[in-house]
Design a protein around this ligand. Structure first.
Ligand SMILES: Cc1c2[nH]c(c1CCC(=O)O)Cc1[nH]c(c(CCC(=O)O)c1C)Cc1[nH]c(c(CCC(=O)O)c1C)Cc1[nH]c(c(C)c1CCC(=O)O)C2
Length: 386
């Protein structure tokens, strides 16, 4: 796992703008008491069910291969090494904010970063995703999993501190993978279409399964607390592959562990967003896990999603990322429909239904931001939040 070391890549000064160059100092510890006053930031207002000045918008995977400036600074630097290089992570995080004028930055990192930091032997393979050297399939494998020492993710905390100093009035979203999605990578050994080994383990050996998810919930909680202490303004818990489960299995094998993570952050003072793909049938159960905002993919319209989650929770979504290739007339009609249907929710954060694809034309994303910002926010109505 040599490429996860916090060593800086050569040529750093050429790749990173002055904004993220900390002059070689690794001790730029902005106290959290100096946290910016973002009480009016549209993303945070919408997340809490208030009335924002405009509909906030950001894009999952907004930092990535769709941007030429990303491809330039990442050239020759392996993904995990980039995640453990604070100046580079900072620079890449800022790129979509500068280019698109989105309402939030999302920390450039990956869901497997805390596992790699703790010492799990894995890599992120371009075009494939995370690959784990020794998949976790037995009680002994689970018992051997390392815990996370916050010092192991200090480069991530440092990236957050650099960003908080550069972002002005734009909130920074921190994130982690939820226990189920992390478990899927660990058990399958890599990306999986059907999650068959994962489902086999949960059903054939529930005790080992729950021990695994309990361990991952603790590690995730630790990682998110580090990000909060360093200054992130909101958190997203990615349970990307939870939609592979029936509601009954989700409730029995996953929900208690995701709830433990989210309830452990209830006093963190930042809004919590919970997202998965293909989770239309799980939206009510995911809401019970305790987030302030539930992410929705493109399969369920937001007015129907609002009915499924019930009052008192905001929604995030849900433009189909594939439709960004369909021409502006299609995109414009979809954006207008989604903003209109989002009025049914107790707060709406515009986003895609999943991540930006690498071949996406970034100019279309910039135009989406401009259009969302020009559309009316939900009319004032009775809010049920306290
Ligand atoms: C499932 C998952 C992963 N990683 C992540 C998830 C949950 C989100 C989702 O559902 O998409 C989370 C993630 N990964 C990355 C971000 C960056 C922040 C952002 O949204 O801009 C975020 C939020 C960077 C990344 N993570 C990865 C890339 C691409 C690698 C590169 O640019 O070299 C980026 C920008 C690698 C990665 N890492 C993972 C995959 C499936 C891949 C893609 C593999 C590939 O297509 O090459 C695992």
């Amino acid at each position: 796992m040599a490429d996860a070391s916090p060593a800086r890549p050569r040529g750093r000064a050429d790749r990173v703008t002055a904004a993220c160059d900390d002059g070689g100092e690794m001790t730029n510890a902005a106290p959290v008491s100096a946290r910016r006053d973002l009480t009016q930031a549209p993303l945070l207002v919408a997340a809490r069910g208030g009335a924002p000045s405009h509909v906030p918008v950001w894009f999952m995977r907004q930092a990535g291969r769709s941007l030429p400036e990303y491809r330039e600074v990442r050239a020759g630097v392996p993904m995990l090494q980039a995640c453990f290089t604070p100046e580079l992570a900072c620079e890449v995080t800022l790129q979509p904010v500068r280019r698109h004028g989105v309402d939030a930055a999302i920390l450039f990192s990956d869901i497997v970063v805390p596992l790699a930091a703790a010492g799990v032997d894995l890599d992120i393979v371009p075009g494939t995703g995370p690959v784990v050297a020794d998949p976790v399939r037995s009680a002994a494998d689970v018992a051997a999993l390392p815990a996370l020492d916050p010092a192991q993710v200090e480069p991530v905390a440092q990236a957050v501190r650099l960003l908080v100093g550069e972002l002005g009035q734009t909130p920074l979203i921190g994130f982690a993978g939820a226990p189920f999605t992390l478990a899927s990578y660990l058990v399958e050994g890599g990306p999986s279409r059907h999650h068959e080994r994962t489902k086999a383990l949960m059903h054939s050996d529930p005790e080992t399964w729950h021990a695994l998810l309990d361990h991952l919930a603790g590690l995730t909680l630790e990682f998110l607390r580090v990000q909060v202490a360093a200054g992130v303004d909101a958190l997203q818990l990615f349970d990307s592959w939870a939609g592979a489960l029936s509601e009954a299995d989700y409730r029995r094998f996953v929900l208690p562990h995701s709830r433990r993570v989210l309830s452990g952050l209830a006093d963190a003072g930042v809004p919590l967003i919970h997202f998965g793909v293909g989770t239309g049938e799980l939206l009510g159960a995911m809401r019970e896990a305790g987030a302030d905002v539930v992410g929705v993919d493109w399969r369920v319209p937001l007015d129907e999603a609002a009915r499924r989650v019930g009052p008192g929770v905001a929604l995030q979504g849900n433009l189909d990322p594939a439709l960004l290739f369909a021409g502006w007339d299609v995109v414009e009609a979809e954006v207008r429909r989604i903003v209109e249907q989002g009025h049914a929710a107790d707060g709406h954060i515009f986003n895609l239904g999943h991540g930006v694809m690498p071949e996406t034309d970034p100019a279309v994303l910039t135009r989406v931001v401009e259009l969302v910002h020009s559309l009316p926010v939900a009319p004032e109505r009775e809010r049920v939040r306290s």
